[in-house]
Structure formats: C-alpha cells, structure tokens
Design a binder for this molecule. Structure first.
Ligand SMILES: NC(=O)c1ccc[n+]([C@@H]2O[C@H](COP(=O)([O-])OP(=O)(O)OC[C@H]3O[C@@H](n4cnc5c(N)ncnc54)[C@H](OP(=O)(O)O)[C@@H]3O)[C@@H](O)[C@H]2O)c1
Length: 263
C-alpha cells in the first residue's frame, strides 16, 4: 500500500532465524575475530578470555603474572599469545601492544579488565601515595593501553570495552581513589569514541556490581558469605563482554550496567 506521500513502502527484509538459532560450532560468535584481554590472569579477564576462546577468537592475554598467563594459555590451547606487562609502564605497554598486533595481525576487540583497589581506602586512612598508585593502575594504565592501540585500529576499526564499576555511578565504600579512577575511565571511553569514531573505533563502558573474584579479598572488612553468595560471577561479566563484542560494527553500546539481582 502506498504511503500518504504516494511512495511505495520499502519491503521488510525477512529475518533469517536459522542464523540466530543454529547452534553449530560453525556459528561461534567470534570466529575469525581477534581480541586482546587485560587482567587475564584472574577474575573477569580470565573468564572473558576463556569465553572468547570458546567462541572462536584468537587472543592476546595480558597481566603482570606471567605464570598465571602461561597456565591460562595451556588451558585454552589454540592461538593464544601471552604478554606479561605492567600496564602502568608506558614504554612496556607500547612494546607489548606492538608484539600483540604482530601476533594477531590486527586487534578487533579489546577487553580492558585490569584494575585494582587498596585495602586502606577510606579518606580518613588513605595514603596519598596510594592515591597516586590507584590513578596509575586504574586510569593512566587505561590511557597507556588506549594510546598504544589506536594507531593500529584507526581506519580498520575496532571495539574497546572498558570495565569500570558500579562504584563509578553511585558512591559506596570502595574508596574515593577507586570511584574517581573508575569514573575517569568513563571520560576516557566516551572521549575516545567521540574523537575516533570516524576511524571506526567504538568504545563501551561496563559497570559491574559486586562480583565474586579475588579483588573482593582486598576489602578492609571481609564480605559476609551470604552477600558473596548473591554476587555476580566473573562468567556473567564475560557474557556481557561477549554480547557487546558479537554485535556488528554498525551497533554501538556506550554503557552497560550489570548488577547482582539479589543485592
Ligand atoms: N570484583 C568486583 O566486585 C568488581 C566490581 C566492579 C568492577 N570491578 C572491576 O573489574 C575489573 C576486573 O577485576 P576482578 O574483579 O576480576 O579482579 P581480579 O581478579 O583482582 O583481577 C584484576 C586483574 O587486573 C590485573 N592487573 C592489576 N593491576 C595491573 C597492572 N598494573 N598491570 C597489568 N595488569 C594489572 C591483575 O593481574 P596481575 O596481578 O597478574 O597483574 C588481574 O588479572 C577491575 O577493573 C575491577 O576494578 C570488579
């Protein structure tokens, strides 16, 4: 039927359900894609590396602890390259990214899960040196990674997923250094998207709530087991990263919040 302006409506493209529902290994969601995952020695980064490998991606896994990365590499098999690097060391990050790009050919997806917190986090006990270390580990490290990666991504395009925290959205007991640096990550992510989208770069910030990983052990007061029992699992964050990474390049998810339903 013609529209009021007299134009013929465009035919609706038929939805190809088999491509969505086919559970064959040939439809692994990251087949032929490459990913670099930071924080891969533990927690969310480790779980994301495992899921991305299972979904067919070629990987570079990074963290400081080489032994943990080698253990992960042995577990995952396939084409997994490990780069032991402290992300606060700018020169080392640049060199590691260059080796990663050489190993993978190019990097399609980055999941930046590396991050930390300090036990003495309340302002009343916060050592200014710890503030500096937190800015270096959670924020400057994220800039180092972004800055080193962008030259190889510009033009070809790519997705960078930054793992922030629910603490960046609402004040809590995680400490001002954690909250400020995780909030700073939001500025880095959105500013990078604004400046680089013409080159095909997309950025996403993920805000997880409490997740049962070794990071929780750094809390000054132990988390009660009944609370931890309701926390997210690192695999849940991995699934959120996969959801974003598997979308086509035309789709942009600026932010994704994932919280424990029962807390
Ligand atoms: N767990 C939670 O409740 C929660 C909630 C919201 C957000 N987050 C965020 O989620 C991300 C992942 O944390 P997680 O819970 O999975 O904690 P995790 O198990 O402690 O993992 C943190 C990872 O970051 C790496 N890392 C820390 N500092 C680094 C540095 N300077 N250079 C390179 N790698 C470094 C660690 O590896 P190495 O020690 O081997 O270097 C480790 O692989 C973090 O950004 C965290 O802030 C966590």
């Amino acid at each position: 039927m013609a529209t009021p302006s007299g134009e013929q409506p465009r035919p609706v493209r038929p939805l190809t359900l088999p491509s969505i529902l086919d559970p064959q290994p040939s439809t692994r969601r990251l087949s032929g894609r490459t990913a670099l995952i930071t924080g891969a020695s533990s927690g969310m980064g480790r779980a994301t590396a495992a899921l991305f490998a299972a979904e067919g991606a070629d990987l570079v896994v990074t963290a400081r602890r080489r032994a943990e990365l080698e253990r992960l590499r042995a577990e995952l098999g396939g084409r997994v390259h490990a780069e032991a690097v402290d992300l606060t060391d700018r020169a080392a990050v640049t060199a590691a990214v260059q080796r990663s790009v050489a190993a993978l050919g190019h990097v399609d997806v980055v999941v930046h899960a590396a991050g930390t917190n300090i036990p003495r986090r309340a302002l009343s006990v916060l050592d200014p040196a710890d503030w500096d270390a937190m800015v270096a580990a959670n924020l400057t490290a994220s800039f180092n990674l972004t800055h080193a990666l962008l030259p190889s991504m510009r033009g070809r395009g790519g997705l960078i997923i930054y793992v922030s925290s629910g603490a960046a959205l609402q004040a809590d007991a995680s400490g001002v250094a954690y909250q400020a640096t995780k909030r700073g990550l939001v500025g880095l992510a959105h500013g990078t998207m604004f400046e680089e989208k013409a080159g095909g770069i997309r950025t996403t910030v993920i805000f997880p709530g409490l997740t049962d990983t070794p990071l929780v052990l750094k809390r000054p007061v132990p988390t009660p087991p009944e609370v931890l029992a309701k926390a997210l699992q690192p695999e849940d964050i991995a699934q959120a990263c996969l959801f974003v990474a598997a979308l086509p390049a035309r789709a942009h998810v600026p932010e994704l919040t994932i919280l424990p339903a029962g807390l």
